[in-house]
Design a protein around this ligand. Structure first.
Ligand SMILES: [Fe+2]
Ligand SMILES: [Fe+2]
Length: 160
């Protein structure tokens, strides 16, 4: 898989999780918590593989980078808001939908503006980079470090 294909597949996972989360009802507390935690974990991994491997590899990306980083920060803030809310809070779904909107906007912008620029790297390099992204993603999924970060983040945000 090419680098952009790997990231688009992961965008689909992120968007899917938020869509599912937004569609849950107030009585599905366990499901809400599970989807919220899963999203937190996936978005942490996603931002990390982009920052570490993808963004630095894309040619002429600098004009788009400041915006991408600002959007990652905005997503972070909105995730924090969603993490702090009790899943039965009447505002919960509203906040999830706002987060979903930001994530949609950011991922579409990457897909429409940044990913086409990555095509300048050529097929071979894109495949290679795709493999690196997949390997790093797997590593983070399995890593105790990432699990710890997510757990700490969840605990801090919940009790802040
Ligand atoms: Fe991004
Ligand atoms: Fe992305």
């Amino acid at each position: 898989m090419k680098a952009d294909e790997v990231l688009i597949a992961h965008h689909d996972v992120l968007r899917g999780l938020l869509r599912e989360l937004a569609e849950t009802t107030d009585d599905q507390t366990g499901r809400r918590e599970e989807l919220r935690d899963r999203f937190l974990r996936e978005i942490e991994i996603h931002a990390q593989i982009e920052d570490e491997l993808f963004y630095p590899a894309v040619p002429d990306v600098s004009p788009l980078l400041a915006l991408a980083h600002a959007e990652h920060r905005q997503i972070d803030d909105q995730v924090a808001t969603v993490m702090r809310l009790d899943v039965t809070d009447p505002e919960f779904t509203t906040e999830v939908r706002m987060l979903e909107k930001t994530v949609r906007h950011h991922t579409m912008e990457e897909e429409q503006r940044m990913f086409p620029q990555s095509h300048a790297l050529g097929e071979e390099r894109l495949e290679q980079l795709g493999e690196q992204l997949r390997a790093r993603k797997r590593e983070l999924e399995d890593s105790g470090g990432m699990r710890l970060i997510v757990r700490l983040k969840r605990a801090t945000l919940r009790h802040a």
